[in-house]
Design a binder for this molecule. Sequence first.
Ligand SMILES: [Fe+2]
Length: 310
Amino acid sequence: MDIRNLGYVGVEGPDPSGWIPFATEVCGLMPSPLVPGQDPSATASNDGTANTSKDGTLFFKMDDRQWRLSVHPAEQPGLRYLGFEIPSPAAFETALVELGEHGIDVTSGTPEECVARGVRRMAHVSDPAGNRIEFFFSATSDAPFQSALGIPSFLTGSLGMGHVGMLVPDLEAGLHFYLDVLGFEETDYFEIGPGMAMHFLRCNARHHTLAIGRVGDFKALHHILLEVQDVDQVGQLHDRATAASIPISTQIGRHANDLMFSFYMNSPFGFDIEIGCEGRLIGEDWVPQKLIRPDIWGHAGLTAETGGGD
Ligand SMILES: [Fe+2]
């Protein structure tokens, strides 16, 4: 499959409104002035306030794409979907065929679902842990990114919107799905303990788009990384998080594998948002490797139980 990047992430939980101050005033994201499916002439909001879709979903911009992060209302907090970008209609058709050949049940997105994502085509499957994985072609770009905090923009483009760290109960099944079926490549991994490990998988030059690990018989969204442009922006964001009394779950440090200078904080739904910069890019000649130490320095608080070291 020709997956180019992680195009969007949907999360869910009770009371999405808690994300408005967190996403905008702390993270520096921009509320989407126009949510997918909204009539541009009738309801566009250009005053920086957050629009919601009819079902109460919030959308946030990181760049000129209409949105990159959505927050849906739901009873329990967690991941709602990952959206992987396919570069062409032909590649999209090929992806559907290949998924079928692997025995994966594929469901085509309805026209309404495609409108709700702002994409021309979409299909979805379940990964072995039950996470909804979407594939899309042709997302919507609308307006330039304008952060109220003056952040130029996040590091996205061909690298995608960031990376996601997930914990799954069956690591072998998860690795088979993402490596053998979806075609991700393994960058590196480390063992945490008996039956526990973290693997770092890429689909472009970003060191990893997906960290998938097992620390027990449960699944969880551990964190979403948003990458900013430089160390000062990480520090300034850390200042804003501290001023807003956002719990810092992992102190500033630098990972040994993706070289990300970063920290982690609790999102309103409990899982973490990692804010980082200077993430390593991987070239064609890279070969997978096993790691021993997760960090060069810092990152106090990141433990095996919280998915550590990515
Ligand atoms: Fe990470």
